[in-house]
Write a protein that binds this ligand. Structure first.
Ligand SMILES: N[C@@H](CCC(=O)N[C@@H](CS)C(=O)NCC(=O)O)C(=O)O
Ligand SMILES: *[C@@H]1O[C@H](CO)[C@@H](O)[C@H](O)[C@H]1NC(C)=O
Ligand SMILES: *[C@@H]1O[C@H](CO)[C@@H](O)[C@H](O)[C@H]1NC(C)=O
Length: 254
């Protein structure tokens, strides 16, 4: 190996490659927020979207979740991503991290200022959790369910969000631009193609189902922040296959 190659490799390693067993936690830069992530994790994508939307300087350290580095358990006791480190503070759980960021950095707020409207957003985010649960059941299964059965599982929580968007009468849950609810839902919306790929058929939603959410998805996909962090349904489907067959996913690919 020649010297330039080693330099480029080292630079890549320190900025990009996921850390695994035997690695070290890279040295911190004073005052810079650090987020521990995994490129394909929808939960980790939430704070990344928020950081970008609010233009908060930060660095990302990716974790190999198949061979978790020993030191990472000192940061997150369960070794999950995401985790945010701000000075001596560690915050875990994607929603708590996003709320923390929105409070600490009041510029480009993602929640409405009025407490009542903010509460309404929090209620909508509870509906998002029901969608992500149904999504996981559908996308991670290797059993045979029926097409109608999957629709029956997925449609009610999605319909609740559809109705909420209808009540708001706005392009995004956040109004004329995406807010917290939009960013909390988006990682699953952009990955939704993985369900058809995993199941091997298109889910029989009716054409008239979820019209507002379908338009919302198109509008979200045009957002630069969403484009920068885009993960396709194809890629996510592949990552799920690795998880299910118990082999190490190619965390640094794509
Ligand atoms: N409730 C957590 C979920 C985070 C989560 O499940 N992350 C996954 C990756 S997408 C993880 O770290 N899995 C590794 C493990 O469970 O050991 C959140 O919202 O942050
Ligand atoms: C997939 O199938 C295997 C073998 O049939 C089983 O052991 C495993 O628990 C299943 N995994 C999921 C996520 O359903
Ligand atoms: C696991 O799944 C991945 C992705 O589909 C595939 O490339 C790999 O060969 C599979 N490994 C095993 C042991 O089945």
């Amino acid at each position: 190996m020649n010297i330039p190659f080693i330099l480029v490799y080292t630079l890549l390693y320190f900025t990009h490659f996921s850390r695994s067993v035997g690695s070290q936690d890279p040295p911190r830069k004073d005052g810079l927020l650090r987020i521990y992530s995994m490129k394909f994790c929808p939960y980790a994508q939430r704070p990344l979207l928020v950081l970008k939307a609010k233009k908060i300087p930060h660095e990302v350290v990716n974790i190999n979740l198949f061979k978790k580095p020993e030191w990472y358990f000192k940061i997150h006791p369960e070794g999950k991503v995401p985790a945010l480190v701000d000075g001596s503070k560690v915050i875990v759980e994607s929603l708590d991290i996003c709320d923390y960021l929105d409070e600490k950095y009041p510029e480009n707020p993602l929640y409405p200022a009025e407490p009542e409207a903010k509460n309404r957003d929090k209620e909508a985010i509870k509906l998002v959790a029901l969608v992500t649960n149904a999504f996981a059941k559908c996308a991670y299964t290797n059993e045979t369910g029926t097409p109608e059965g999957w629709v029956k599982l997925l449609l009610p929580p999605l319909q609740d969000l559809e109705d909420e968007l209808a009540k708001r009468g706005t392009k995004f849950f956040g109004g004329d631009k995406p807010g917290m609810v939009d960013f909390m839902l988006w990682p699953w919306a952009e990955r939704s193609g993985c369900i058809g790929i995993r199941l091997g058929y298109k889910l029989p939603f009716r054409n008239e189902d979820l019209l507002l959410l379908r338009q919302w998805k198109k509008d979200m996909s045009q957002q630069p922040v969403c484009q920068e962090l885009f993960i396709s349904g194809d890629i996510f489907a592949k990552m799920i296959s690795y998880k299910i067959n118990g082999t190490e996913p190619p965390y640094d690919e794509y």
